[in-house]
Design a protein around this ligand. Structure first.
Ligand code: SF4
Length: 353
């Protein structure tokens, strides 16, 4: 007989304190940019950056033939690129995903200290016994998890395809064990009606958006649209005109008729939104309000650890290489490859192939 385990109490995650860093002097920025460009060529390396990192890094990735993307596209791009070294500007699970897919490549990160509260909130030591206690459920984990957690999963998924995947599994009659983001899990459950057992971690950035303050901001700007990432609390999502993954939100910012857009996701994304719709005005959804701790203020303290200086340094020294133990990698690859294959099948259907 299988015993049921309760979901462990949510871990208390203390994000690092970020102190205001003095902006680089123009000459220093130019010197670092030139040095990094040279080193990327010399080391046969490509820069893969997330939408939430500093815009200096996003611009550099674009200028050097790398990519700026969400975590699904980062994984796909790194896998398809011929460079022998991938430099991942983001947080640790993104570097690990690159290594899971590319064991033959060297994967470097500007910093190994860049964590994610979702990853930290779902330790393998608690998650694996929980899965073992629910063998009747398909284990679906968000990409924001460690290699060990992915290795225990049946599926890895990103927010861009999560609803479609759960609909697919529900149609097959599967019950789901979902981890780690409870807001995203709740959102998907509401849309699909699937039987989902939810882990209880949250993102320190999105969990801080406040519905009451957002309602007040909407009143001040009745002509603005609200767009939100589904890692935000349900009360915030109820106020949104569009809910979607980072890539879907950039697309919405471009396509919505409104000229003003209130954005409930990390403000690092404004670089790409302004590129997509230069004439529009973007506002950060409020994180202040009753009970707000505002540790992050709409910007991920771990993403912020990526900078031109530490990027140049790892390219110089080859430090901060990501390693994933081989038996864990092989197991994690199975669930990650399923995600890529599923995403490719959706793209094929959308193209009408
Ligand atoms: S923004 Fe949230 S989900 Fe993204 S890396 Fe930071 S803590 Fe994790």
């Amino acid at each position: 007989m299988t015993s049921r385990l309760n979901i462990p109490a949510p871990a208390v995650i203390k994000p690092p304190k970020t102190s205001a860093v003095a902006p680089l002097a123009e000459a220093e920025r130019a010197r670092l940019n030139a040095r990094i460009k040279h080193l990327l060529k010399e080391r046969d390396a490509v820069l893969v950056a997330h939408y939430y990192v500093d815009e200096d890094l996003q611009r550099l990735a674009e200028d050097t033939g790398g990519c700026v993307a969400d975590s699904l596209e980062m994984a796909r791009f790194g896998h398809a690129h011929r460079a022998r070294t991938l430099v991942v500007a983001g947080v640790r699970f993104m570097g690990e995903t690159a290594k899971i897919l590319n064991p033959e490549k060297r994967v470097l990160m500007p910093t190994l200290q860049a964590e994610c509260s979702l990853d930290l909130g779902c330790p393998a030591s608690q998650f694996i016994p929980f899965c073992d206690a629910h063998p009747e459920r398909q284990v679906v984990v968000y990409s924001n998890t460690s290699a060990e957690v992915k290795a225990r999963a049946d599926w890895v998924v990103t927010s861009s395809i999560a609803v479609k995947l759960i609909e697919h599994l529900k149609a097959r009659g599967e019950k789901i064990l979902w981890a780690p983001d409870k807001h995203l899990g709740n959102y998907i459950q509401r849309i699909t009606g699937a039987d989902m057992l939810l882990w209880n971690a949250t993102c320190v950035v999105h969990d801080e958006f406040k519905a009451q303050a957002l309602t007040a901001l909407k009143r001040q700007h009745p002509d603005a649209a609200v767009i939100a990432h589904p890692e935000s609390p349900a009360a915030v999502l109820e106020l949104a005109d569009v809910i979607g993954s980072t890539s879907q939100l950039i697309q919405a910012a471009k396509n919505l008729p409104q000229q003003k857009i209130i954005v409930a996701t990390d403000r690092g994304i404004f670089y790409k939104m302004k590129q997509a719709a230069p004439q529009k005005i973007f506002m950060v959804a409020p994180t202040a309000g009753e009970g707000a701790s505002c540790e992050s203020c709409a910007h991920c303290p771990w993403m912020e650890m990526n900078a031109l200086e530490n990027l140049a340094q790892v390219l110089e020294t080859g430090a901060n290489e990501i390693h994933v133990e081989e038996s864990t990698r092989i197991k994690a690859l199975r669930a990650t490859q399923r995600m890529l294959d599923f995403a490719a099948s959706i793209a094929q259907v959308n193209r009408g192939d």
